[in-house]
Design a protein around this ligand. Structure first.
Ligand SMILES: [Zn+2]
Ligand SMILES: [Zn+2]
Length: 259
């Protein structure tokens, strides 16, 4: 059987695409090793987690505070201790996993290991707990300062937000909320100190584009909520109708970072 010119060209294109996908898999290996513990994986899994890490990450979760998305020490109350004392400035929060063992390793790889491709797996892990896509108009990542971004080569929250946008079909707006001031490292600071440290760190470039819009704010980690609070304050001041927060990991009530 003779293959026509078109067929040959198509076959060549398909081979190029296959070679491209193969090369991409070499650079961004998918479904070969567990993203948390590096154990070899058997099947096709969008989260790229082995059975043990999946169990630890997804089944070992305490209940989430219905208001802020943090994992609550007394889930029967529906609210965490933080919200009982003072409600967050964002409207609703959701977290996918507890910031412990496997989640720490995954976030470390994303932030400090140069593994930007983990954002795809992180979005897959977050997807089941994301608010309904009909409840927001646009997706904004919590921004990092541009000097830090050029150091790291990418902004990890933008990578996660882009993956969520791809999954939900909602528009990603990566550059309207910007970080105008570098902040001191937050770990070890009390909630009050964190709030003071982050105050004035963000700015909305184009308030008109935000006016009346419902925002899904995406971050990688939720500790005291000071950063998300300050973003929500600035977004609402600029005219956003609502701000929901979606984070990959939140600190556990038993962790030293939980306050
Ligand atoms: Zn594993
Ligand atoms: Zn709460």
């Amino acid at each position: 059987m003779k293959i026509g010119e078109g067929g040959r060209a198509f076959a060549a294109l398909r081979m190029t695409a296959q070679a491209g996908a193969f090369l991409a898999d070499m650079v961004f290996p998918k479904n070969i090793y567990c993203i948390a513990c590096n154990a070899p994986l058997k099947g096709d899994d969008p989260m790229s987690l082995c059975g043990d890490c999946r169990k630890e990450l997804l089944l070992g979760q305490p209940a989430v505070c219905r208001r802020c998305g943090r994992f609550a020490r007394y889930p029967a109350a529906n609210f965490c201790e933080g919200c009982a004392a003072r409600e967050p400035l964002y409207d609703r929060g959701s977290a996918a996993v507890v910031y412990e063992g496997s989640a720490r390793k995954i976030l470390y790889g994303l932030k400090y290991g140069g593994k930007g491709y983990l954002a795809e797996n992180i979005a897959a892990i977050m997807e089941p707990v994301l608010p309904a896509a009909s409840s927001y108009d646009m997706i904004l990542p919590v921004p990092m300062h541009r000097s830090k971004k050029s150091e790291r080569g990418y902004c990890q929250t933008t990578l996660i937000a882009r993956q969520i946008a791809g999954r939900t079909g909602k528009p990603l707006v990566p550059d309207n909320l910007v970080r105008i001031r570098k902040t001191e490292p937050m770990s070890g600071l009390s909630r009050e100190k964190r709030t003071a440290n982050i105050r004035g760190a963000f700015e909305v470039k184009d308030p008109a584009a935000l006016a009346g819009k419902r925002v899904l704010l995406v971050d990688d980690l939720l500790t005291t909520g000071s950063t998300a609070d300050e973003c929500a304050r600035v977004l609402k001041q600029a005219g956003a109708a609502s701000v929901q927060l979606a984070v990959f990991a939140a600190t556990a009530p038993r962790s030293p970072e939980y306050q």
